[in-house]
Write a protein that binds this ligand. Structure first.
Ligand code: ZN
Length: 348
């Protein structure tokens, strides 16, 4: 039984290096230009070739690290396919570059492929007013609103073009890779249809961003779906992972491979419970999304983190609204105010 969260290896691979973490499963680490400064990718031995899982963000230093991998590992072992867990740029960023270079297919959940491809093709001006309205409603002032245009333009730059044709992976599919079956488990809340891969034979879960060992996965409301309740979706998707064996080795996209899936899932649920309680208490008085952000995130946030933090604040507000604990009204200026719902019969 793995009752504690424990990293399974000492140290970590440098960019361009690989480490075998389970039979036929190799760990790569690529740089990211954010405070969260790396992503883990996986190379699976696949007969006489490789299956790549996730790809890194579209930047020269990541391509350079891939070139070292190509030279060291791909000379006599070709790439058979690229699997991508979800549309975020650190995961899908170089999928088009890799599939084109090796002439292979991209395997991805439909919702992730479609969402990423849509955002890549979005020309920047279309939908900008939807973004502004959304962030104004969340309580952004004029200074903060100036960051919105840049935010909308960031995604297309961070990824290479996503192929126009792909192979769909969906919940319950079993993908044969290197003589072993990898079962697709779809997670929700962090992204529309996040594809995780579980191999019962070796007891390994490639969890992507759905389950991380140290930080909690970002669960955000985004401008494209302003009424979403992603925290409900996320918490509802956790029990299926709880049913995996206690000694499962989890390969997350950030930090290090670990065991202790069950206690980690409990910690993540408790983390959100505590934040929900804080959010609900703050809403004793009318609060905007920005008010809740300041309440939940005491540290200084850079521009990149600001958008994750406001999305996360709204996710907690929307969850509470969905449960009937708080209500929402919009001011004449288009700003949403959230407040504890009055007990039946009482006056607000
Ligand atoms: Zn992600």
């Amino acid at each position: 039984m793995a009752e504690q969260i424990r990293y399974v290896l000492e140290g970590k691979p440098e960019p361009g290096e690989t480490r075998e973490v389970a039979p036929g499963v190799h760990w790569l680490r690529m740089p990211l230009p954010f405070q969260l400064d790396h992503i883990n990718l996986w190379l699976l031995e696949d007969g006489d070739g490789w299956t790549i899982v996730d790809t890194g963000i579209n930047r020269d230093e990541v391509k350079a690290a891939w070139e070292i991998i190509f030279a060291r590992h791909f000379a006599d072992r070709p790439v058979n396919r690229v699997i991508v867990t979800h549309f975020h740029p650190d995961h899908v960023g170089l999928a088009g570059w890799l599939t084109e270079r090796f002439g292979v297919e991209l395997w991805m959940p439909l919702g992730e492929w479609a969402f990423g491809r849509m955002l890549k093709l979005d020309d920047g001006a279309a939908g900008l007013e939807d973004f502004r309205r959304f962030y104004r409603a969340a309580g952004f002032d004029d200074v903060l609103l100036e960051k919105v245009d840049e935010r909308k333009r960031a995604y297309p730059r961070r990824i290479s073009p996503i192929p126009g044709a792909f192979r769909r992976i969906a919940e319950g599919d079993v993908i044969p890779i290197g003589g072993r079956g990898w079962r697709v488990m779809v997670g929700t809340g962090h992204s529309p249809e996040h594809g995780c891969l579980y191999c019962p034979e070796i007891g390994v879960l490639i969890s992507g961003d759905q389950v991380l060992p140290r930080i909690s996965p970002n669960i955000s409301v985004w401008p494209q779906e302003p009424e979403a309740n992603p925290l409900r979706l996320y918490l509802d998707s956790l029990p299926k992972f709880q049913r995996l064996p206690a000694d499962t080795v989890v390969l997350p996209s950030h930090d290090q491979p670990f065991t202790g899936l069950h206690p980690r899932l409990e910690q993540l649920a408790h983390h959100h419970d505590a934040r929900l309680a804080d959010t609900a208490a703050a809403c004793a008085r009318p609060c905007t999304g920005i008010d809740i952000l300041k309440h939940l995130f005491k540290r200084e946030l850079d521009s990149h983190q600001l958008f994750f933090a406001i999305g996360e604040s709204l996710a907690h507000l929307h969850f509470l609204m969905g449960e009937g604990y708080i209500g929402r009204t919009r001011t004449a200026d288009g700003v949403d105010l959230f407040r504890q719902a009055a007990p039946e019969g009482a006056e607000m």
